[in-house]
Design a protein around this ligand. Structure first.
Ligand code: HEC
Length: 111
């Protein structure tokens, strides 16, 4: 029983680690900003920056993401949390245009 289950668990665990732990692949560079260096240090230990740069999250969603990462083992000091959230939601916030319907012109005389 154990001999049948163990290899499966091992394969499963190592595939998760392989997909999460790829700091050797550089990923997309993080845009400059006051928290850039700290975010890079805290957030690229287990995965590269692409995990971050491909997101378009609100500040609240980023807050949840930081909590999730802490649950996985990331270390974010309380003093840095605000700066992280500012940086992440500014650079990787909801896509421009999508979340701002007010900016769209609605049927003006130009039509
Ligand atoms: C201890 C390892 C570790 C650290 C440190 C870490 N992450 Fe992650 N991160 C993971 C793992 C593992 C996943 C994949 C989780 C999944 O698939 O559910 C992940 C996935 C993500 C994702 C993709 C969305 C998701 O929830 O799966 C984002 C965004 C992310 N991390 C952001 C960050 C940020 C920002 C930091 C720095 C504050 C950070 N990570 C630090 C382990 C870590």
């Amino acid at each position: 029983m154990f001999q049948q289950v163990f290899p499966a668990i091992f394969l499963f665990a190592s595939s998760i680690l392989a997909s999460a732990q790829a700091p050797s692949a550089p990923g997309k560079p993080l845009p400059p900003g006051p928290a850039q260096a700290k975010v890079k240090a805290a957030c690229t230990q287990c995965h590269n920056t692409s995990r971050i740069t491909e997101q378009h999250l609100t500040r609240q969603q980023w807050s949840g993401e930081l909590k999730k990462m802490e649950g996985l083992g990331a270390v974010i000091s309380d003093a840095d949390r605000d700066a992280f959230l500012n940086y992440l939601s500014k650079n990787f916030g909801p896509e421009k245009g999508v979340a701002k319907p007010a900016a769209k012109k609605s049927g003006s005389a130009a039509d």
